[in-house]
Design a protein. Structure first.
Ligand code: GLC
Length: 498
C-alpha cells in the first residue's frame, strides 16, 4: 500500500473507496456482512500475526460502514449485517438481549465477543443501542418494511427493550453502565450515566418504537409469518420512557451561561420533592474553564451526571448524537454549533475532531484511568483527535440547516468550519496512512499506538465527502422517528419523504 501524496481529490476518494470495498469489507455466507476494524498490511500478515482484535467486525465501527452502504444503495449487505447481529444476540441468563461488541468468522463459525474476551473485560452497551437505530435506518432508507415485520426481528427488539423496561434500584430514566462501555472502551471516569449512552438510548428507544409500529400496522403482504406477540402497552411504555429520558437530559445535562449561573447559586443538602439540587452538587465541581468555553451564547450537554460528581467534560460524539436524534431543540442545536465554532481551535485544531475536552491529567489521570499509558493526557481517548468523528458533526450540522429554523450567520460559519475540516482530512489522511487517531494538544501527531488503514477513518472520510460534495440531503440518513409523530396515533410511515 502506498500513500496517495498530494493527489487530486477525485483520486483520493477513489483510493479510499478501493480500500473500503476491496480490503475492509468481508463476506459471510456469500454476502458482505460488515468491515474489519483495521486493514492489515497484507492478508498474509493478518493470518500470521493477528493484530489484537482489529481483524474483527465491531458493531460500533460498522455504524459509518452501514450508513455509507445505505447511501450507496447496498441494502442487501446492511440487511445481512443486521440479521447476523441478531443471530448473535445473547441468550445467556445474565446478558439476554445484548448484542456483541464484535464478531469474526472462524472456519465457517461466527465467534462473538460480548466483553468476555475484551482487554480489561469491558462491556459495550453502545453496540446493543446502535442495532435498533441501524435497523430503523435500513427500513427507512430501503423501504423494506417486511424486514421489520419478521417475528425474529420483533423478538430481537422485545429482548432489547426487556433490558431497559424492567424494575431496578434507580428511578432515573438513564442507563447506568460501568466504565468504558462505549467508543471509549477503557477506564476514563465514564461510568454511571455517560452522555453517549444516554443519547444512544434515546435514539434506540424511538427506533425500536418505530419498528414495533411498522409491524403492528403491517399489511398481509409485508408479513412473512405470525406477528410476534408484543407485551401489553409496550409501545406506549417505550415512548413514555423516551419522553422522560429527554426531559431528564435537558434538565440535568444541558448547560449554557444562564444555567451555570443558576447551578452555582443552588443550595445543597436538600431533602424531599420540591428541591433545586437533586444530585447534591457543590459549586466547586463546576470548572473554571467553562466560562470561556461557553461564552455568552454557547451550550452543550455535559458528560455525565452522578450524585455529587457531575462531569463537565465535553464529549464530541454524545453531543453530535444529541443533535442528530433531536434530543436538543433547534435553538439548543444552534447553541451547540456556536460552541463548536467558538472552540474550533480546541476541537478541530490540526485534525478533526477531539474526542473529549479537556483531558484528565495528573492525579486525576493516575487515579481515574489507573495509570493507563494509552490514555495519557492529549492521547487516544483522553482528548486525542479522531477523524472518524467528523461525519457525525457534518451530518448534524447539515440536517439542522435542512430541517430546523436556524441562525443563518452561524450556518455560514459552520459550513466554513466543515470545509476546512474536510480539507484537513483530504490532505492529511493519505499522508498519515488513514490512521485511527492523533495525539497532542493540536492533534497533529499520529497516535502513538494508532492502527493504520483504520476502516472508520476511511469510511468516515467517504461519508463527509458524500454529505458535503455529493448528496447533502442524505444527512438525514440516521434520523430516528420523532416522539410526537409516534405519539400522534396516526399510522407511521418510516419513509424519508414522509
Ligand atoms: C478501540 C476503540 C474502540 C473501537 C476499537 C476497534 O478499542 O477504543 O472504540 O471500537 O478500537 O476499532
Amino acid at each position: 500500500m502506498t500513500s496517495s501524496g498530494a493527489k487530486p481529490e477525485a483520486s483520493i476518494v477513489q483510493f479510499a473507496q478501493t480500500l473500503f470495498y476491496e480490503r475492509a469489507l468481508v463476506s459471510f455466507e456469500g454476502e458482505w456482512v460488515g468491515a474489519i476494524a483495521a486493514i492489515p498490511k497484507s492478508p498474509r500478515a493478518a493470518s500470521s500475526q493477528p493484530d489484537l482484535n482489529y481483524g474483527e467486525i465491531f458493531i460500533r465501527d460498522n455504524v459509518p460502514v452501514m450508513a455509507y452502504l445505505l447511501t450507496q444503495g447496498h441494502y442487501a449487505a446492511v440487511r445481512h449485517f443486521l440479521e447476523t447481529c441478531l443471530r448473535l444476540q445473547s441468550n445467556d441468563l445474565q446478558t439476554k438481549g445484548i448484542f456483541p461488541t464484535s464478531f469474526i468468522e472462524i472456519n465457517g463459525q461466527l465467534v462473538a465477543d460480548y466483553g468476555q474476551r475484551a482487554i480489561g473485560r469491558v462491556v459495550s452497551a453502545d453496540a446493543t443501542l446502535w442495532w435498533a437505530i441501524l435497523a430503523h435506518a435500513y427500513v427507512r432508507q430501503s423501504g423494506d418494511r417486511a424486514f421489520a415485520c419478521q417475528p425474529h426481528v420483533q423478538q430481537g427488539i422485545q429482548e432489547f427493550l426487556d433490558l431497559i423496561l424492567h424494575p431496578s434500584f434507580r428511578d432515573a430514566p438513564t442507563l447506568y453502565v460501568p466504565d468504558g462501555a462505549f467508543m471509549i472502551d477503557r477506564p476514563l471516569d465514564v461510568w454511571g450515566a455517560p452522555l453517549e449512552i444516554q443519547a444512544l438510548l434515546y435514539g434506540s428507544l424511538l427506533s425500536a418504537a418505530g419498528l414495533i409500529k411498522i409491524a403492528s400496522e403491517s399489511t398481509p403482504a409485508e408479513l412473512t409469518g405470525d406477528l410476534y406477540p408484543i407485551p401489553d402497552n409496550r409501545l406506549q411504555k417505550t415512548l413514555d420512557y423516551a419522553h422522560r429520558l429527554r426531559r431528564y437530559l435537558l434538565k440535568h445535562y444541558w448547560v449554557n451561561s444562564k444555567t451555570v449561573q443558576v447551578l452555582r447559586r443552588r443550595p445543597t443538602e436538600q431533602y424531599g420533592d420540591a428541591i433545586e439540587n437533586e444530585h447534591n452538587i457543590q459549586t466547586e465541581t463546576i470548572p473554571h474553564w467553562l466560562q470561556d468555553w461557553l461564552g455568552d451564547r454557547g451550550g452543550y450537554l455535559i458528560g455525565n451526571i452522578r450524585t455529587g460528581r457531575p462531569d463537565f467534560r465535553f464529549f464530541t460524539l454524545g453531543n453530535c448524537l444529541g443533535a442528530n436524534f433531536d434530543v436538543l431543540s433547534s435553538k439548543q442545536q444552534d447553541a451547540l454549533f456556536r460552541l463548536i465554532v467558538q472552540n474550533q481551535s480546541n476541537l478541530v485544531a490540526q485534525m478533526p475532531l477531539r474526542i473529549c475536552h479537556p483531558p484528565l491529567s495528573d492525579a486525576d489521570w493516575r487515579r481515574k484511568t489507573g495509570y493507563d499509558r494509552k490514555n495519557l493526557p492529549w492521547c487516544y481517548h483522553n482528548a486525542g483527535h479522531w477523524p472518524c468523528l467528523l461525519w457525525f458533526l457534518t451530518m448534524g450540522a447539515l440536517r439542522h440547516q435542512q430541517q430546523h429554523r436556524h441562525d443563518q450567520q452561524l450556518a455560514t460559519e459552520m459550513s466554513q468550519l466543515l470545509d476546512t475540516a474536510y480539507d484537513r482530512l483530504l490532505t492529511q489522511l493519505p499522508l498519515q496512512n488513514w490512521a485511527e487517531y492523533f495525539d497532542g494538544p493540536t492533534g497533529s501527531w499520529m497516535g502513538q499506538q494508532a492502527r493504520l488503514y483504520q476502516t472508520w477513518t476511511i469510511v468516515g472520510f467517504l461519508l463527509v465527502h458524500h454529505f458535503l460534495k455529493v448528496n447533502p440531503t442524505d444527512a438525514g440518513i440516521l434520523d430516528v422517528p420523532k416522539l410526537q409523530d409516534l405519539n400522534s396515533g396516526k399510522p407511521w410511515s418510516a419513509s424519508p419523504r414522509s
